[in-house]
Design a protein around this ligand. Structure first.
Ligand code: AIR
Length: 167
């Protein structure tokens, strides 16, 4: 299956959180690939990887990083394909450092940012973007949404309230 989504993380220490994104993409049948490339420690490798991924047909990037999280912004500076930033939980206010680094992009180079550690949402957003031009991915996203809906509706607390006994 060709990769439509490239997931890049800034460090192996991010992999546990990001695994959920890969799981969701797998479940939805979206071809994807994963790389560990720090924008600060290996900028040249990041540059060549993004160029190559675009040539191979990747359509959306998910970039996860913590601390001074410049990875999504750097990738967004190299392509006009959509980039989804996933801030990693960190030591500063639970990941506020990464969230602000990612969401506060200067005008002209946007990064679509999901919540701190919200890997599932990053994957769903990527699939929704691809679903605009791929009916089977759109249907898979609908199915996932329907499952979530029925899980809430079937929650035991949502059983109909019994009528009070008449005296
Ligand atoms: N990071 C790595 N290079 C640049 C950045 N922003 C981030 C990683 C990880 C954090 O720094 O994304 O969340 C700590 O990385 P490490 O490798 O020291 O565990």
């Amino acid at each position: 299956m060709p990769s439509l989504v490239a997931v890049i993380v800034g460090s192996r220490s991010d992999l546990e959180v990001v695994q959920k994104a890969a799981d969701i993409l797998q479940k939805l049948g979206v071809g994807h690939e994963l790389r560990v490339i720090s924008a600060h420690r290996a900028p040249d490798l990041l540059d060549s990887y993004v160029t190559d991924a675009v040539k191979r047909g990747v359509k959306v990037f998910i970039c996860a990083a913590g601390l001074a999280a410049h990875l999504p912004g750097v990738v967004a500076s190299k392509t006009t394909l959509p980039v989804i930033g996933l801030p990693m939980p960190g030591q500063l206010a639970g990941g506020l450092d990464a969230l602000l680094s990612i969401v506060q992009m200067p005008k002209g180079v946007p990064v679509a940012t999901v919540g701190v550690g919200q890997a599932e949402n990053a994957a769903l957003l990527a699939a929704q973007m691809l679903g605009l031009s791929d009916a089977s991915i759109a249907r898979a996203v609908e199915g996932h949404r329907a499952e979530a809906r029925s899980q809430v509706e079937r929650d035991p607390t949502n059983e109909p309230t019994p009528e009070p006994a008449r005296t």
